[in-house]
Write a protein that binds this ligand. Structure first.
Ligand code: MUC
Ligand code: MG
Length: 373
């Protein structure tokens, strides 16, 4: 077989509407912007990846526009002409020349894996060592900003058997207001659902001491990123005293961050995100660090569309333990699709395809319609 070379890399910004405003502490989403990565190879195979963030630069160090610029100007020239079938060599080449940029890197790694899976006739999960499950339980985020509306939305999700784990986005309102909101939702749902919160770093340590105590005493199962990623010693103290387990999310901006969090004892759960580690292979390195340190795992999202969601899912189905399940609901927050077949969500689970690569096909007409010009 002649060697397949990478011929081109294209980054396409796509703006899609959301089903409702999605209120996070740092930003209210009225739509979502995806960056789709398309890698064309000399054997005619094309790999698709996604590099998506939340709220421009509100969430992390990369924006859709900077991701596209850096892919076009820095990643593409390093990749064109390289062996398309050696994902490892291509990613090491990028490591040597490019610092950070884990979102862009993740889009590239996903696209290379998709292409290689199609080339070999294998799902990406099998390239990553082999799946140990076919589906993943998926949480839903209640983030309308209104307690009654959030309860109604949760009831609807339970009735539809779509979700029975709910994550509440808090932190933007005064502490007592947020605590009342969460406790009211937990009271309404009772034992029918797992209720968790994500503070997105918005409490200081003094607020977090009270917040974690009250939430733990009221049956909240997990508290995600209560304080700033910068306050490492505070995270260690909270992890020791909170009655509900603390999950690290923003604290992990790289595999190396995961290592130092584990070494410091700063969290008992890690949110795994391909975008924050640099791809599906990279996120599994963070999972291995967690496993070695006895830290539990949760499959996180940057609210990617179908491409990024499946790239994450193929990594997560290979994990030995995924105690806290996943939140791979990104496509369900969008009113429009850019793939030919929507992902399958049924009986609280996302079902992960067994077809080659990521297991999806872009809908070129829809992609062109929603691509930013
Ligand atoms: C985050 O901080 O976890 C994940 C789900 C959601 O609603 O927001 C994201 C980001
Ligand atoms: Mg989070």
């Amino acid at each position: 077989m002649s060697q397949a070379l990478i011929e081109s890399l294209e980054a396409i910004i796509v703006d899609l509407p959301t089903i409702r405003p999605h209120k996070l502490a740092m930003h209210t989403m009225q739509n979502q912007t995806l960056v789709i990565v398309r890698i064309r190879c000399s054997d005619g195979i094309e790999g698709i990846g996604e590099a998506t963030t939340i709220g421009g630069l509100a969430y992390g160090n990369e924006s859709p526009e900077s991701i596209k610029t850096n892919l076009d100007a820095h990643f593409a020239p390093l990749l064109v002409g390289q062996d398309a079938s050696n994902v490892n060599a291509a990613m090491i080449r990028l490591d040597k020349a490019i610092k950070g940029n884990t979102f862009a890197r993740s889009g590239v790694e996903s696209a290379l894996l998709d292409a290689q899976g199609k080339r070999l006739g294998l799902p990406v999960s099998e390239l990553l060592g082999g799946r140990v499950r076919d589906s993943l339980e998926v949480a839903w985020t209640l983030a309308s900003g209104d307690t009654a509306r959030d309860i109604a939305e949760a009831e609807q999700m339970l009735d539809l058997r779509r979700h029975r784990i709910f994550k509440l986005k808090i932190g933007a309102n005064p502490l007592e207001h947020d605590l009342r909101h969460v406790v009211a939702i937990k009271k309404a749902l009772g034992d029918r659902a797992s209720v968790r919160v994500d503070v997105n770093q918005y409490w200081d340590e003094s607020q977090a001491i009270r917040g974690c105590q009250v939430l733990g005493e009221n049956g909240i199962d997990l508290i995600e990123q209560p304080i700033s990623r910068i306050n490492r010693s505070g995270q260690v103290r909270l992890n020791q005293r909170s009655p509900a387990p603390i999950m690290a999310d923003e604290s992990i901006e790289s595999v190396e961050d995961a290592f130092s969090l584990a070494a410091d004892g700063a969290a008992s759960i890690f949110a795994l995100k391909i975008a924050k580690n640099g791809g599906p292979r990279a996120v599994l390195r963070t999972a291995q660090i967690a496993e070695a340190a006895g830290i539990a795992l949760y499959g996180g999202t940057m609210l990617e569309g179908s491409v990024g969601t499946l790239a994450s899912a193929h990594a997560f189905v290979t994990l030995k333990q995924l105690t806290w399940h996943t939140e791979l609901f990104g496509p369900l927050l969008l009113t429009e699709e850019i793939v030919t077949k929507p992902l399958v969500y049924r009986d609280f689970q996302l079902h992960v395809p067994r077809t080659p690569g990521l297991g999806l096909t872009l809908d070129e007409e829809r992609l062109a319609r929603f691509a930013r010009r």
